[in-house]
Design a protein around this ligand. Structure first.
Ligand SMILES: *Cc1c(COP(=O)(O)O)cnc(C)c1O
Length: 379
């Protein structure tokens, strides 16, 4: 195909990244530690503007895994997790030989449904086991119902692991996502709002937790001149090269959030006059979304049968990437044997929802190509 591909979300560099990477070369800090790692952690800490501690890791998945370890999740524990998510929210539960218990979404934020969550907690307790943690996700950058979920977690004294992999730059009542959980998680994968080519971070409340996270992330070395180990460790620290990219990306984060939000506005205008299509938007002004991905729901009963596959295939024919919303985890072959509490919301989202090109680096010509397909499909 001769026309260039329009991606859902591709890396968007600001320019300063290479300067920090060059510094790493100049000073021979080519290792999973160094001034860029420290600098990137400081940049993130000051951006999040809360009394928190950030540790840079090799991926968001590693951060979720270490988060579960810090919360004491071990073999046969149960962990509540929203079903409408990336599988990386769930896999680390299995790394710990624990059991995921899947929770449906609500329709305002598409994240944890408080009713299903509380029902699950009560039922798991009745069956003999209180869940050890709640993994709450800000999907597509949309904050979950922060206060309601926190109230339930506190009532039953279950800690929250906040999966903010998609929500750096989002906030709720002015407080940044990534700082609401007992532990928070960020990702800097290539498709996220900022990238380090691959990477993540764990956000903790105390310096002791940060030290513990780094201990596990660097092979669990005890204090000794030789290599001494009394626990199992991991090789999860971020490299100083990747952290250099991260420092450069932090310089453009605010601008990139604004550009993603402009993409969302573009879709709101584009679909404004089209019956049966809704652009997913914040429920009220307490919520601020980075709109990492712009997403829509199509109701085929109101569009003369045009559904998300009609649009997806039409976009694909023009070399434009789009993707159905997350297929619920409790429907995935690898997870279908685990408990699930819900009411078909995540199933409906998967059936009718589509993620659209959302990158901060899309230009007018690309937006025009997208608009042409949309206008043609919906006549
Ligand atoms: C990307 C993502 C992760 C995993 O982050 P990686 O850095 O790719 O390991 C976890 N949870 C969600 C919701 C994600 O989107």
């Amino acid at each position: 195909m001769s026309i260039s591909k329009i991606w859902l979300s591709s890396p968007h560099l600001g320019g300063a990244e290479q300067k920090y990477v060059q510094e790493a070369f100049n000073t021979n800090w080519i290792a999973p530690l160094g001034p860029n790692v420290d600098g990137f952690e400081l940049d993130l800490t000051s951006y999040l503007t809360q009394p928190i501690f950030v540790s840079a890791l090799s991926s968001g998945t590693a951060a979720i895994h270490l988060g579960l370890i810090l919360l004491g999740v071990t073999k046969n524990d149960e962990v509540l997790v929203q079903t409408h998510t990336h599988n990386a929210s769930v896999n680390p539960i299995l790394y710990q030989d624990a059991t995921p218990v899947f929770i449906d979404s609500e329709l305002e934020t598409w994240n944890l449904c408080p009713i299903a969550l509380e029902k699950a907690i009560k039922d798991r307790i009745k069956k003999g086991k209180k869940p050890k943690a709640i993994i709450a996700v800000h999907l597509y950058g949309m904050p979950y119902q922060i206060e309601v979920i926190r109230a339930i977690a506190d009532q039953y004294e279950i800690p929250i692991l906040e999966d903010s992999a998609e929500a750096l730059g989002s906030s709720y009542k002015g407080q940044k996502c990534g700082t609401f959980g007992d532990i928070g998680v960020l990702s800097f994968n290539g498709n996220k709002i900022i990238t380090t080519s691959g990477g993540g971070a764990i956000v903790t409340k105390t310096v002791a937790q940060k030290e513990k996270a780094i201990f596990y992330a660097t092979q669990a070395r005890d204090q000794a001149p030789h290599y001494q180990h009394s626990e199992i460790g991991y090789n999860y620290r971020m490299s100083n090269i990747c952290a250099g990219i991260g420092r450069g990306q932090m310089e453009v984060l605010v601008e990139h959030v604004a550009l993603r939000r402009a993409m969302h506005d573009f879709y709101v205008n584009l679909f404004n006059a089209i019956q049966g299509v809704t652009v997913f938007s914040t429920p009220n002004d307490d919520y601020f979304s980075n709109y990492w991905l712009s997403t829509i729901l199509i109701d085929p009963l109101k569009t003369n049968g045009i559904n998300r596959e009609t649009l997806r295939l039409a976009l694909e024919a023009e070399n434009i990437e789009s993707r159905p919303l997350w297929k619920p985890m409790h429907l995935q072959p690898v997870f279908e044997k685990y408990p699930y509490y819900g009411n078909l919301v995540a199933e409906t989202l998967f059936e009718n929802g589509l993620c659209l090109p959302s990158g901060s680096n899309l230009n007018d010509e690309e937006r025009e190509r997208i608009a042409e397909v949309v206008k043609r499909v919906f006549g």
